[in-house]
Ligand binder design. Structure first.
Ligand SMILES: Nc1ncnc2c1ncn2[C@@H]1O[C@H](COP(=O)(O)OP(=O)(O)O)[C@@H](O)[C@H]1O
Ligand SMILES: [Mg+2]
Length: 231
């Protein structure tokens, strides 16, 4: 990881959809703002949008926009938005749209030029396709961002976490660290699962987030004690 990459931002991926990527993205943005840095959140591709008078709007992207230091235009934060909550390449195909990584990169550069850190949230997991030939992994690689992997701690997560971690490594991008997020409060042997993963993942465990009703970024931030770390 060179100096420039390290201080540009992060790409947040996860073991699945619904594992806490948005919660972690918002917490990280809050932590960086606490350190006096300006931030932007980006959701390059979203599938699952509401039709509004201003156009299609995705919940994650709206939250990231609100948490950003500058009121960017929605389309810069979320260049590709699709209405149905289905795999992005299918949603794009249905609209006759071809998702271009070069276009995502252009919007990323617009953000990067104006803030200290850009935090990019993927969609679903690492290998979610954006076209017949490319996936969100290719987006992360093109942006050359270190990756933070959010592991949704539930039964089956060890397999998902190791498959994801191995593939990120094989893609040649840096894994900045991982987060253990207890999305399932009925999961047993949480600590043992985390312990096993810390043995297998050669990147730091950045935070353990315990289950809470209605997690808020401020809560997650305090809970993570993420400010003690230098991001
Ligand atoms: N630690 C947690 N405890 C309880 N609920 C959580 C926790 N982390 C995330 N959630 C909830 O799980 C859902 C999915 O989280 P989210 O961050 O949107 O995941 P993703 O972005 O990976 O799809 C949200 O409703 C969120 O509030
Ligand atoms: Mg999300």
């Amino acid at each position: 990881m060179n100096h420039t990459q390290m201080h540009t931002g992060y790409f947040i991926t996860g073991t699945d959809t619904g594992v806490g990527k948005t919660v972690c993205t918002l917490a990280l943005m809050a932590a960086l703002k606490d350190q006096g840095l300006t931030v932007a959140g980006m959701k390059p591709v979203s599938a699952g949008c509401n039709q509004t008078a201003k156009g299609l709007r995705n919940d994650d992207a709206e939250q990231l926009l609100k948490a950003s230091s500058i009121p960017f235009s929605y389309n810069t934060i979320n260049p590709y938005a699709f209405k149905p909550a289905i795999a992005p390449h299918i949603a794009a195909d249905q609209q006759g749209v071809e998702i271009q990584i070069s276009h995502i990169h252009k919007q990323f550069d617009v953000l990067r030029a104006q803030v200290d850190r850009v935090i990019v949230e993927g969609a679903g997991g690492w290998l979610v396709p954006i076209s017949s030939g490319q996936s969100l992994a290719d987006v992360a690689c093109a942006l050359q961002l270190p990756v933070i992997m959010v592991v949704g701690m539930r039964i089956g997560c060890i397999n998902h976490a190791l498959l994801t971690y191995n593939h990120i490594q094989a893609s040649g991008v840096n894994v900045a660290g991982w987060v253990a997020n207890q999305v399932d409060n009925s999961m047993t042997a949480l600590d043992e699962n985390i312990h096993y993963l810390t043995q297998k993942i050669h990147a730091p465990l950045l935070a353990t987030i315990y289950y809470t009703l209605a997690p808020q970024p401020d809560w997650a931030l305090k809970h993570l004690d993420i400010t003690r770390r230098t991001f």
